[in-house]
Design a protein around this ligand. Structure first.
Ligand code: URQ
Ligand code: ZN
Ligand code: ZN
Length: 520
């Protein structure tokens, strides 16, 4: 009798054991504060087979479940980096962070999805380029990813291929460059037609907003004047060259009711344009990046050539040191909505291609690993935004705009188990000596950031475990982004109805002028 009782007591202490006893990679995250864009709640999260299947208290937990105690931590949706360029071939160099190491570093920093860019050469098939990017990324990515496609030239073929990509390949965003003359640049008449087509496809039009003609002329003059250092890069494209193109893109997109997403907002002036247009009812989104939120253009005046050149990207960082805080405040107040990193990294030996001519320095900086910590430090730690707004701008808004919500971008039953367990009081010092990126320089070197990802869960797999990185090569997959995101196109449709042009109806026997206007 005694033995039976003992067994019974023992069994009672055990949670119910599955018939087969195997743990279907079950995970329970207990005692955390779950943060979504719409609020914070004390809740436990239960994950099974890569999906969140229970959320709340007193959950029924089957046997074989691993439990993580998230007491004192936030449990947030994994970050979505809307803007990366892994292993991009640009200006004679190939970005050193490839789809493996780049996504490994993303996970290390709390990001669980990236959105990269297919950038066809002028004249190249967009669909073929898309296939090439898929072949590069699919075998390597450690987390899920999506793809934007660059429209670097315009023709009936390009128009038809955009349609094919939107309808058959899960692409709902196209990026047009108003700069990079001769490489990627698209001019206004074609921009108008491309925006029109994006609207027909239910896609998001993205722009790199700088005036490429002004940049070309300024670059010539600066080099002739003997200014060849990295400081010349920013001088060739001051912030009103970015703001002008930002405004022009908003005007053209608005004329054809096309939703617009301006990537890498780098300046106060460009941010102000976005906020103004939004206040006038335009469907436009602004995306500052880790670099513009956490660094500035005073670095171009560093006497060390390598330091200055390592900060070269386009649009450039701005010399006004108040720019980062200004952009963070705009992000907090919904003047700006989404954040990416524009991670496009080149080592010193590659940056040296522009040693005697700043216009030949491969453009791009790091950010994919540090984006979340930089925004937590500059945004939440500084008191400008609360954790829910942090989640909105690092994950949820991107998921809604690109139509992968609620699969991504929230902690909810049925959502993918892409989560980060975030220690808000712990801090870390950013350094190229310790980062997981391939690049040999970090533009945030020495920056202390509060907010450390202690666990990062990627589709249910613990890929950062008590701060130890355990990313898995090829574990990620391509995520289609479907056309006509309701979050965007419900507003587009409402705006279009409201501003539909109405002609004037005159009498059947219209006169050239009415009697009271006899005198013309
Ligand atoms: C080419 C690509 C990355 N490089 C950069 N932003 O300087 C971009 O313009 O977004
Ligand atoms: Zn760009
Ligand atoms: Zn970019």
């Amino acid at each position: 009798e005694e033995i039976v009782m003992e067994q019974a007591t023992e069994l009672a202490a055990q949670p119910v054991v599955e018939v087969d006893g195997s743990s279907q990679n079950r995970l329970l995250i207990k005692n955390g504060k779950v943060v979504n864009a719409d609020g914070i709640e004390d809740a436990d999260v239960f994950i099974e087979n890569g999906v969140i299947t229970q959320l709340g208290r007193n959950l029924i937990i089957p046997g074989g479940t691993r439990t993580i105690d998230a007491r004192g931590r936030y449990v947030m949706p994994g970050g979505i980096d809307t803007h990366t360029h892994m292993e991009l071939e640009l200006m004679g160099a190939t970005a050193v962070d490839d789809f493996y190491q780049g996504t490994k570093a993303a996970i290390a920093g709390g990001t669980t999805m990236i959105m990269d860019f297919v950038l066809p050469r002028k004249g190249e098939s967009l669909v073929e380029a898309f296939g090439n990017w898929r072949r590069k990324a699919d075998p390597k990515v450690c987390c899920d990813y999506a793809l934007h496609v660059g429209v670097t030239w315009w023709s009936d073929q390009v128009k038809q291929e955009m349609t094919e990509l939107a309808k058959n390949h899960g692409v709902n965003s196209f990026k047009m460059f108003m700069a990079y003359k001769d490489l990627y640049m698209i001019r206004d008449p074609d921009l108008y037609k491309i925006f029109e087509h994006c609207k027909e496809l239910g896609a998001i039009a993205q722009v790199h907003a700088e005036n490429g003609d002004i940049i070309a002329e300024n670059t010539k003059k600066l080099l002739e004047a003997g200014i060849t250092g990295p400081e010349g890069h920013e001088m060739s494209r001051p912030e009103d060259v970015e703001a002008e193109a930002t405004h022009r893109a908003c005007v053209i997109a608005n004329q054809v009711s096309c939703p617009l997403y301006v990537v890498h907002i780098m300046s106060k002036m460009a941010a102000d344009v976005i906020a103004l247009k939004r206040s006038q009812g335009a469907v436009v989104y602004g995306e500052p990046i880790a670099a513009s939120l956490g660094s500035d253009g005073t670095n171009y005046h560093h006497t060390c050539w390598r330091h200055a050149a390592s900060h070269v990207l386009s649009p450039p960082l701005r010399p006004d040191p108040e720019t980062p805080d200004y952009l963070v405040q705009m992000l907090a107040d919904d003047g700006l909505q989404v954040t990416g990193s524009d991670n496009c990294t080149f080592n010193f030996d590659q940056k040296k291609l522009g040693r005697n001519d700043f216009s030949k320095i491969p453009n791009g900086v790091n950010g994919v690993e540090d984006r979340m910590s930089v925004i937590w430090e500059k945004g939440v730690q500084s008191g400008k935004m609360d954790p829910s707004r942090f989640v909105a701008v690092t994950s949820t808004n991107a998921a809604k705009i690109f139509n992968v919500y609620p699969q991504k971008g929230c902690v909810a039953v049925g959502s993918d188990a892409d989560l980060v367990i975030w220690n808000p009081i712990k801090s870390r010092v950013i350094s190229a000596q310790t980062h997981h990126q391939a690049v040999d320089f970090n533009i945030f070197e020495g920056m202390e950031c509060h907010g450390v990802p202690e666990y990062v869960i990627v589709n249910g797999r613990v890929c950062v475990d008590e701060e130890e990185l355990k990313a898995v090569h090829g574990f990620g997959k391509f995520v289609p982004t479907p056309a006509f995101p309701p979050y965007v196109y419900d507003q587009v449709d409402a705006r279009e109805k409201e501003k539909r042009p109405q002609g004037v109806t005159r009498g059947p026997n219209d006169e050239d002028y009415s009697p009271e206007h006899m005198n013309g």
